[in-house]
Design a protein around this ligand. Structure first.
Ligand code: GTP
Ligand code: MG
Length: 237
């Protein structure tokens, strides 16, 4: 999830995208709405800033208390306008802000990479308990990996932005993964990128077995951590 913040299209480029999609009629109203649409990334960028601040505070606090932070690193991105338009069309909705806000949950995207699986659930529980983060939906691809082997916890949240007009809750998709899951997903994306055919069965099976290997690695690291913790506890006694 590369940081694409700051990437802004001209109205003409947006109109070309709409014409490419060939679904919506490019009339005066749509042009006006597209003009407004250009301002949306700013709102979602602010929402990601808010979220990142909260997570940074949490990470520092966790580190002070437990000696390590469950958060290894964070990436963020804003969905490109063209992808937003394509997704809206794919889902069969007419172009409007209401439809974008209601149906597209991942305009603002954040990926949090953790050391251990249990850290992921600790973080998700923490989000659930906070009043300044609303958890709207959770998709648990760790307990239920996708058929190709993909694992991550996807949490759709809303965060409050205090604007001149008042408080506005803005949605973001947070993907939580371990380092091993992130390695697999990044590699799968690289291997699969722009490959739009069905994978031959033996390749699909190899990919799935690589996901299982990543899962094993996570479990092994957790076992090692437990053992090392026990050793250091017994050395203290
Ligand atoms: P889309 O957002 O349209 O993709 O569908 P959805 O809302 O059902 O989302 P889903 O929870 O399936 O996945 C959303 C995001 O998770 C994607 O944009 C990717 O970043 C990531 N993702 C999901 N499945 C895979 C996968 O099989 N491989 C990789 N590398 N990433 C995935
Ligand atoms: Mg999604």
């Amino acid at each position: 999830m590369k940081d694409q913040i700051g990437k802004s299209l001209t109205l003409e480029q947006l109109q070309v995208h709409v014409q490419d999609l060939g679904h919506w009629e490019l009339n005066e109203d749509l042009s006006r709405q597209l003009g407004e649409f250009k301002k949306m990334p700013a709102l979602y960028r602010l929402a990601l800033n808010e979220l990142e601040n909260k997570i940074e505070t949490l990470s520092t606090e966790w580190k002070m208390r437990d000696g390590y932070s469950p958060i290894e690193h964070i990436k963020r991105r804003i969905k490109e306008p063209k992808s937003i338009l394509q997704k809206l069309e794919r889902k069969g909705h007419a172009f409007s802000f209401e439809n974008i806000e209601r149906h597209i949950h991942d305009i603002a995207g954040m990926r949090i990479v953790c050391a251990f699986v249990k850290d992921i659930y600790r973080l998700a529980d923490h989000f659930n308990a906070r009043e300044d983060i609303r958890v709207l939906e959770i998709k648990d691809y760790i307990a239920h990996p996708k058929p190709n082997g993909y694992q991550s916890l996807h949490v759709i949240v809303a965060v409050p932005l205090i604007l001149l007009e008042g408080t506005r809750w803005v949605k973001a998709e947070i993907q939580l993964r371990t380092l091993a899951m992130d390695f697999w997903a990044s590699m799968e994306h690289i291997l699969y990128y722009k490959f739009d055919q069905q994978l031959p069965p033996h390749v699909a099976e190899e990919l799935k077995s690589a996901a299982r290997a990543a899962d094993e690695l996570d479990k092994k690291m957790l076992r090692l951590r437990r053992e090392i913790l026990e050793l250091s506890e017994s050395a203290e006694q």
